[in-house]
Design a protein. Structure first.
Length: 139
């Protein structure tokens, strides 16, 4: 019975991961002594979910941020969640929503592979994770 429960839990996790498609993930390369950078990608979900957290072993803190005009000034702020409507691509790009990596533990060079984990929440507050490997680019 216990083995069946573990198998069912793993299958539910894999099914949830398959619900969010990640396209073209990349991270902006850094220069010393830069301690923060952004990660960008396109996310598409089969069902309506929201990204509620992000993490990476290369940074002390990772947040979902939004860039927004406020009184003629572009401002960046952390958001509690990023909604992913069913079937609609959501672009995380420079000057818009993005994943902010802060307190970098080492510089990120062009070509480096940066692991990221997104936590998504669906109906009933059921959470799952999406594992990503983003390539660092100098652009």
């Amino acid at each position: 019975m216990r083995r069946l429960l573990i198998t069912a839990t793993l299958l539910a996790t894999f099914a949830a991961q398959a619900q969010v498609k990640v396209d073209d993930p990349w991270v902006r390369a850094t220069v010393a002594p830069q301690k923060a950078t952004g990660a960008f990608m396109q996310l598409t979900s089969v069902k309506p979910v929201k990204v509620v957290a992000a993490s990476s072993p290369v940074a002390e803190a990772v947040e979902i941020h939004e860039m927004k005009m406020d009184g003629g000034v572009m401002k960046m702020r952390a958001v509690d969640a990023l909604p992913l409507p069913a079937g609609q691509a959501v672009a995380l790009k420079p000057g818009s929503y993005h994943v902010m990596l802060m307190g970098l533990k080492a510089p990120i060079k062009a070509g480096d592979k940066v692991p990221l984990t997104l936590t998504v929440e669906g109906d009933g507050q059921q959470r799952s994770t999406v594992e990503i490997e983003a390539e660092a680019r100098s652009r």
